[in-house]
Design a protein around this ligand. Structure first.
Ligand SMILES: Cc1cc2nc3c(=O)[nH]c(=O)nc-3n(C[C@H](O)[C@H](O)[C@H](O)COP(=O)(O)OP(=O)(O)OC[C@H]3O[C@@H](n4cnc5c(N)ncnc54)[C@H](O)[C@@H]3O)c2cc1C
Length: 399
């Protein structure tokens, strides 16, 4: 069988499975849900995907549904976009960030312990950012001291984290802590796996302008983390964190970019439903948006091709990320304009997806993507300094 025939067969198989299994009417039902109901709906959809074998196509072959080539993953994402399935907001940190960290840097015991639990529905959050450590993440101050308590070695953690997505529902946390102040900032960081139910962990959801509580503050007060729940060596956590972050900027964003193409059908339907097919302004803007989404997908394709061929460049993932966040804004702005003044007054309450059709919320949320996973400016720095080898910014500009 040729590669193309195989991919076409896979496409039909996924499409047929989605016809029977994709949640129907979720754009409407999500809007009426409480936070708890939203979390349950997300868990149900994830378990459906696990059973169908489509939850973790990017994991190695020994895992159910894993072992898909990048070209196969693309087909699966494209079909999910076509079927307009909800984004897995509750599990993406687990299946991408946590899993990539374990695959690249975890011990065999950590993989055996944590990866099956992710498929059973255990969820992870990411505790990297702090009030004074975002773009300059290596400045983080949350402190961990290694001590012996009740006959076992533990790290005792004290500090504060912020912007942790879905931490209010998480069972575990990928945590960066400072274990040394000697030498350069990066050299004193350690990567821990923290139980969110451990004594001393307090989580406070942050109320966002559009009505969501997508992310949280976390306060850590004498929290004990067993030494065996450290990934990599002590003071070598910076390198581990790069494995976590590259999955966030690359594959996650690629999936979302393809999802936007699926969402265009939805916008076309709205234009028809609102009787705006003759509106030259709307058609012009929609045409421009289609072209922009297509070019974003072409950029994502190039990123994927570079990965497949093993020639991914530093900065490729940053280009995907910056392109996606710009196009997402244009997409939600068009929706907002389509809805007119009524749409702008509509109560912005929505949970969890970036393209919910609550346009006011989606538009405000689109700005979040210019910051999440590393801000737009910082991505531009990566592209200019590390990809194009342009002059580095003077040190004193770094915040
Ligand atoms: C939706 C969302 C989800 C998130 N989820 C998580 C999560 O789950 N876990 C987690 O740990 N964090 C999370 N974050 C935090 C995110 O990683 C940080 O917000 C981001 O790294 C920026 O850090 P900061 O907010 O502290 O802004 P700052 O670093 O204070 O930056 C402020 C401004 O200065 C600019 N700036 C900073 N340095 C430079 C420079 N060198 N050159 C030019 N401009 C610069 C930035 O671009 C930005 O505009 C999330 C953020 C968002 C928006």
């Amino acid at each position: 069988m040729t590669d193309e025939t195989h991919l076409e067969d896979l496409r039909l198989e996924v499409r047929s499975w989605l016809d029977s299994n994709a949640p129907k009417g979720w754009r409407e039902s999500y809007k009426a849900m409480s936070h708890a109901e939203f979390a349950q709906a997300q868990r149900d959809w994830f378990q459906t995907l696990v059973k169908g074998g489509y939850a973790v196509p990017h994991w190695p072959a020994e895992w159910p549904g894993g072992g898909r080539s990048l070209a196969e993953q693309k087909v699966i994402y494209e079909e999910m976009a076509r079927a307009d399935t909800p984004r897995l907001l509750l599990s993406f940190v687990s299946t991408y960030h946590a899993a990539s960290t374990f695959f690249e840097c975890g011990t065999e015991q950590q993989k055996a312990r944590y990866l099956p639990r992710i498929l059973e529905g255990e969820t992870w959050c990411q505790g990297f950012s702090e009030p004074n450590a975002g773009s300059d993440l290596a400045s983080l101050k949350t402190k961990a001291e290694r001590v012996v308590r009740d006959g076992r070695e533990v790290y005792v953690v004290n500090g504060q984290k912020v912007w942790s997505t879905m931490a209010q529902y998480a069972d575990k946390c990928l945590l960066l802590v400072r274990t040394s102040s000697e030498g350069v900032k990066q050299a004193g960081i350690t990567f821990l796996l923290m139980d969110m139910k451990a004594k001393g962990v307090s989580v406070r959801p942050i109320n966002q302008i559009q009505g969501d509580q997508e992310f949280c503050e976390m306060f850590l007060d004498d929290v004990e983390v067993p030494v065996e729940d450290r990934v990599g060596d002590e003071n070598r956590g910076w390198a581990v964190s790069q494995a976590t972050l590259s999955s966030e900027r690359g594959l996650t964003l690629m999936e979302l970019t393809y999802k936007l193409r699926g969402a265009l059908r939805y916008v076309a339907g709205l234009i028809r439903a609102n009787g705006r097919e003759e509106d030259a302004g709307v058609l012009r803007d929609f045409g421009q948006l289609v072209a922009r989404v297509d070019s974003a997908c072409a950029i994502a394709d190039q990123f994927l091709l570079n990965r497949i061929n093993g020639v991914e460049r530093v900065g490729d993932a940053s280009i995907v990320k910056n392109t996606y966040s710009r196009v997402l804004r244009e997409y939600s702005l068009l929706g907002l304009r389509l809805g007119g003044i009524d749409e702008q007054y509509r109560a912005p309450i929505t949970f969890g997806d970036l393209t919910t059709d609550n346009w006011m919320a989606d538009f405000m949320n689109s700005y979040a993507w210019t910051i999440a996973g590393g801000s737009e400016e910082v991505q531009r720095n990566i592209i200019s300094e590390r990809m194009l080898e342009m002059q580095r910014e003077p040190k004193h500009w770094v915040l």
